[in-house]
Design a protein around this ligand. Structure first.
Ligand SMILES: NC(=O)c1ccc[n+]([C@@H]2O[C@H](COP(=O)([O-])OP(=O)(O)OC[C@H]3O[C@@H](n4cnc5c(N)ncnc54)[C@H](O)[C@@H]3O)[C@@H](O)[C@H]2O)c1
Length: 281
């Protein structure tokens, strides 16, 4: 029975994941290396819950109870007794494998360790631990409190029982799980990122302005959000990291990250979170 969850990384995704679990009644320990990120995450969660209260979707008492179930810390050691972990740190294979090795030594044996990675091999993360049967991918969508899909990724050694546990958790969160095999980018980003990358090539080659390209995709294809607006929302650094994994892992030139994307990331233009991307925020 899962009661206490550990969420690691308090950025865009980690704070949404922590909020969603706390709202569903789980006790949540949110960990980040940076105290300012933890402070910012608590602030965003308070704001998001208050919006639900204003819209009449959440009682004020439930907002306070949700916040009461959330603790934040910079110490990984606080996760020794959690029942389930969701890792949501930076999209970097080296950082994630090092973290999984540390978690394996800290977190109790029977707990499942999951990763919110968008593209990195779950099998590799499992191999960095002594419990690869209890390592899987749990890929939430942004913004987590609103998006109902969760991609569940089964690594080469992931057990059926671990997949069942993750699936039951999704149900408890009111989310719909879809299972994907462990290949670069899984289902969601293997299909989404080439479209975003192509939209960036179209900007670079002067085919259209960001506004024109997004309008074609919203009005012409009935997408709720254009690909460049979505890229800014995801974070251009995250998009680049995913495209690099797709390109290296699948070897097909169609995944080659657009040079304009590389240039924007090098300039610190990361989209919404930095205030500048294809649009200004
Ligand atoms: N942004 C999206 O739309 C999106 C969607 C689905 C999945 N993801 C995935 O979720 C993960 C997190 O993405 P994000 O957009 O939230 O990133 P982010 O850059 O907003 O946040 C990452 C956080 O991790 C922290 N961190 C880095 N190394 C750490 C460590 N060793 N221990 C503890 N904390 C550490 C950083 O301080 C930062 O607060 C990535 O794997 C990404 O691919 C992102």
């Amino acid at each position: 029975m899962i009661k206490v969850v550990g969420v690691i990384g308090a950025g865009t995704m980690g704070n949404g994941i922590a909020q969603t679990f706390a709202q569903a009644g789980f006790l949540v320990r949110l960990v980040d290396v940076a105290q300012p990120m933890l402070d910012r995450a608590r602030g965003s969660i308070e704001k998001s819950l208050s919006k639900f209260v204003e819209k009449g979707k959440l009682a004020a008492a439930d907002r306070d109870a949700t916040l009461g179930r959330l603790t934040t810390t910079t110490s990984l050691d606080q996760l020794s007794d959690v029942d389930y972990v969701i890792e949501a740190i930076v999209e970097n294979a080296g950082a994630k494998t090092a973290l999984f090795t540390s978690l394996d030594a800290i977190v109790k044996r029977e707990a499942v360790l999951s990763s919110n990675t968008s593209s990195i091999s779950i099998t590799t993360l499992g191999a960095a631990t002594t419990r690869p049967d209890r390592v899987l991918g749990m890929h939430f969508m942004n913004p987590v409190p609103l998006m109902t899909l969760v991609e569940l990724i089964r690594g080469q050694a992931t057990s059926a029982e671990s997949m069942r546990t993750a699936s039951e958790l999704c149900a408890a969160l009111g989310k719909t799980p879809v299972e994907a095999a462990d290949y670069p980018g899984f289902i969601a980003n293997r299909i989404l990122m080439p479209m975003i990358n192509e939209a960036i090539y179209a900007v670079m080659e002067g085919v259209g302005s960001p506004e024109a390209i997004d309008t074609v995709m919203t009005l012409g294809m009935n997408h709720p959000m254009g690909p460049l607006t979505l890229a800014d929302f995801i974070g251009l650094d995250v998009c680049l990291a995913i495209l690099i994994v797709l390109h290296e892992g699948l070897g097909d030139p169609k995944y080659r990250p657009c040079p304009l994307l590389r240039r924007m990331v090098a300039a610190g233009h990361l989209g919404r979170k930095s205030g500048q991307g294809f649009y200004t925020y």
